[in-house]
Design a protein around this ligand. Structure first.
Ligand code: FES
Length: 175
């Protein structure tokens, strides 16, 4: 599938996500098993050595993720366009829900929060960035929820579109 050509972008972003890292470090490697608990593999070196130092690519992967949000939003806008005019089908709704969950995941990212206000020393001197940082912080508190919702929505949206394109199902039109 051509989707594999672009999979590296979202894949790198998700694989290096702080939330998923916590989950797979604890679940699969038991390193560390939990806060202040000694890991199962002796000394703990954090993410200071190869290959885990590559996790730092996350902050750069965020920029690619934002590009994908723009592309998916454009796709969702085009989903209103039918051969006989402007309409809305179940597929349109599914695509918009997917964009909302993915945007929630991308903009609740820890790197995004840092980018918006993490480098500001005095918030009163940067009220705009402070407001943005507060908003992102509220989203960030639900980052884990967005991580799971978007993980399923992206897969199910792809499946729905694939089944439509193969003629297995028909899109119900809402208006
Ligand atoms: Fe999860 Fe950035 S921390 S996407």
């Amino acid at each position: 599938s051509p989707a594999f050509l672009i999979l590296w972008g979202p894949g790198l972003f998700r694989l290096t996500c702080y939330y998923y890292r916590k989950a797979y470090y604890r679940s699969f490697w038991l390193a560390p098993a939990a806060c202040t608990v000694r890991g199962a593999h002796g000394s703990y070196s954090g993410e200071t050595r190869f290959p885990l130092i590559l996790q730092n690519l996350h902050r750069y992967a965020w920029y690619f993720a934002v590009i994908f949000i723009a592309l998916l939003t454009w796709d969702a806008i085009l989903a209103f366009r039918f051969p006989d005019g402007i309409h809305m089908g179940v597929g349109t709704v599914i695509m918009w829900i997917n964009v909302l969950f993915l945007a929630g995941y991308t903009f609740s990212c820890h790197s995004c929060r840092h980018l918006c206000g993490g480098s500001v020393n005095i918030f009163t001197k940067a009220p705009g960035r402070y407001g943005l940082w507060r908003f992102i912080t509220r989203l960030n508190e639900r980052h884990g929820l967005f991580a799971w919702l978007s993980l399923f929505s992206v897969g199910l949206t792809d499946l729905y579109i694939r089944l439509l394109s193969m003629g297995v199902i028909r899109d119900l039109r809402i208006f």
